[in-house]
Design a protein around this ligand. Structure first.
Ligand SMILES: Nc1ncnc2c1ncn2[C@@H]1O[C@H](COP(=O)(O)OP(=O)(O)OP(=O)(O)O)[C@@H](O)[C@H]1O
Length: 249
């Protein structure tokens, strides 16, 4: 009885650790944190070598740096850590329902705007925090709806220039400036700045960016630094559903 209980406890222990590591990996994938993790690994290897070869001064300095570094990491990665705990505590069913409603509202707005050739740029935040780009625009924190998105991008509306950032079903900010894709890449050279800023943001982060062309009335999706073919509203809805559900699994 005792050994059975111990075995079950060990199994639970292993499962919990595996879940934590997997969630941590999901959070870090495609984020700046992954680069930092590589840096930490190099640091640890150097520290181990210094300790193995008994290099007393290097060992002492690195041990002090590690203590300070630990606190610095908590400060620097505060947004990522907050996201991790939020995700762990959020009920899954409600999350899926919310993602479905958000996708419908976005697809409806985008379809209307494409029909009337109204240019639009909408970035959907996934794991990489987009706070620095949101800070370049006007903070909104508003519930998402098709009429609201259309009002933002309406010609002559004060915030129609630049991009909108959507996070967890809310419009975080509008009028945001995204980084332009490197112009040396010949493939997308002929595109204008709206498309190139969608490409640039999707290249440096895991965001999915929707572009409605004012010139052509087309709908395209930028992801991983690549533009999709022209999409209709149903195709957009399907792609967004897959992408937004996939990020939560
Ligand atoms: N760095 C940027 N970040 C966000 N939005 C931008 C950025 N640069 C340009 N834009 C938006 O793109 C608009 C200009 O689009 P432009 O015509 O140059 O691009 P395009 O890719 O040809 O798009 P369209 O097909 O709609 O004309 C600007 O008015 C602005 O709203």
């Amino acid at each position: 009885m005792f050994s059975w209980l111990t075995g079950a406890k060990d199994l639970l222990d292993i499962l919990l650790v595996a879940t934590l590591i997997y969630q941590g990996y999901l959070l870090l994938e495609n984020t700046r944190a992954l680069n930092v993790l590589r840096g930490i690994l190099i640091f640890v290897v150097v520290w181990l070598l210094a300790s193995y070869f008994k290099l007393a001064t290097v060992d002492y300095l690195l041990s002090k740096a590690a203590t300070v570094g630990l606190f610095a990491m908590v400060v620097v990665f505060q947004p990522e850590l907050r996201q991790l705990f939020e995700r762990l505590g959020r009920p899954r069913g409600r999350e899926d329902q919310q993602a479905g409603a958000v996708v419908n509202e976005i697809a409806r707005a985008v379809e209307h705007m494409a029909e009337r050739s109204i240019g639009a740029l909408i970035a959907l935040e996934r794991r990489t925090p987009l706070g620095e780009y949101a800070a370049s625009g006007v903070k909104l924190d508003a519930m998402i709806s098709a009429p609201f998105l259309e009002a933002i991008f309406a010609r002559n509306a004060p915030l129609h220039d630049g991009g909108v950032i959507v996070k967890d079903g809310r419009v975080v900010a509008a009028g945001c400036v995204f980084p332009l894709q490197n112009q040396q890449d010949g493939v997308y050279k002929r595109y204008g700045t709206r498309h190139r800023s969608a490409l640039g943001l999707s290249e440096g982060t895991d965001a999915v960016v929707i572009v409605v062309s004012e010139e052509r009335g087309s709908i395209r999706l930028a992801q991983n630094g690549r533009l999709s073919q022209d999409l209709n509203a149903n195709e957009l809805r399907d792609k967004l559903r897959a992408l937004l559900y996939e990020v939560k699994s």
